[in-house]
Design a protein around this ligand. Sequence first.
Ligand SMILES: Cc1cc2nc3c(=O)[nH]c(=O)nc-3n(C[C@H](O)[C@H](O)[C@H](O)COP(=O)(O)OP(=O)(O)OC[C@H]3O[C@@H](n4cnc5c(N)ncnc54)[C@H](O)[C@@H]3O)c2cc1C
Length: 388
Amino acid sequence: MADVELTGDDARFRRDVSDWLAEHVVGEYAELKGRGGPGDEDIGFDVRVAWEHDLGKAGFIGLGWPVEFGGRGATLQQQIIWGEEYARAQAPARVNHMGENLLAPTLIAYGTGEQQQRFLPGILRGDERWCQGYSEPNAGSDLANVATRAQLDGDDWLINGQKVWTSLAHVSHWCFVVARTDPSSARHQGLSFLLVPMDQTGVEVRPIVQITGGGEFNEVFFDDARTEAGLVVGEVDDGWRIAMGLLGFERGVSTLAQQVGFERELDHVIELARAADRCEDPTLRQRLVDAWIGLRLMKWNAMRSMAAKGVPGPEASISKLFWGSWHRDLGNLMIDVLGPQGLVGDALPYELTLEQKLFLFSRSDTIYGGSNEIQRNVLGERVLGLPK
Ligand SMILES: Cc1cc2nc3c(=O)[nH]c(=O)nc-3n(C[C@H](O)[C@H](O)[C@H](O)COP(=O)(O)OP(=O)(O)OC[C@H]3O[C@@H](n4cnc5c(N)ncnc54)[C@H](O)[C@@H]3O)c2cc1C
């Protein structure tokens, strides 16, 4: 807990970021207040990219990364303060969660100096966006079943195969791809973690329209796609270790950034309940309070994992299980607060309200990043030591 105590510096930091946000969330950025979150990713994308550049210039990307990697080395408390102020300012939703919060910590933990120098600055400037090429038609929960192949061809890896559910692949410059580099291997062995440029003829991205009407994720086909031989993170054939290290970041501490959006959504649900005079309904009131408590628990747990430092272990599954279920329940609560009118669309089939989009998108929270069932398996087997 000592790591997260308030200091005078923190009060100054809060003032500084709150002033900066007040000064900068104006004009077209202010028009996107509260927009671009789950289920709403297509909204104002170009403006949000410009916003990302502004954040980069002002040093608000990579806040918690160590200074030697171009970050600010901000303390835990400062990262939380930034999140709180960001939510309060209703600044537009970010566009490069996977670059900043998943790939960058993975490169810092496992990448070579050359890879760090090449890729971290592009993320810090808000110039290079990343997507995650893990899942395939026959490798979701069972990720070790990856069938995408990569073989060395001169100075390049030649990649063939298909990924699916690749979030934001259509707007990404790079993809981190788990591919089988030892053709004679099976399961977790013989996989490598490759960094692959998206802008090439061997990569085809096909959007998938989701229940929200938006196309947040995609199928990605690799047909003799290429990447440089040196763009493998960790050892060749040891990609499983790197892929799992990244999932630790995805399931654990990176949720601090996500909680910024959760906070804003919960505030919105509470406003809706007040506006509809529904706070006196004891059942609804109990659910609102439960949601509020859940968010505090999430925050304290994320802080605890961050204070522990290093690559998060299987305990990150607790965090994923908790936030996935919490956010799905918030989606339900949002629609219940609205009552029957929440079910009426603005213009069918797909002019949905923000609340409806959130409700529909939140059905996926217990699936992506590892489903609830899989998290329970991990906790049962690897944390509690129960039999398979
Ligand atoms: C919105 C969204 C965004 C996504 N973004 C990405 C992305 O950017 N990149 C990426 O690589 N992937 C992404 N995914 C894919 C996601 O990681 C997979 O959907 C997830 O891992 C589950 O795999 P699956 O869909 O193949 O389901 P399956 O693995 O086929 O599972 C189907 C059902 O069976 C259950 N099940 C499976 N195995 C077991 C078991 N051993 N024990 C108990 N129950 C089990 C699962 O819990 C689930 O309920 C995204 C998914 C969603 C919904």
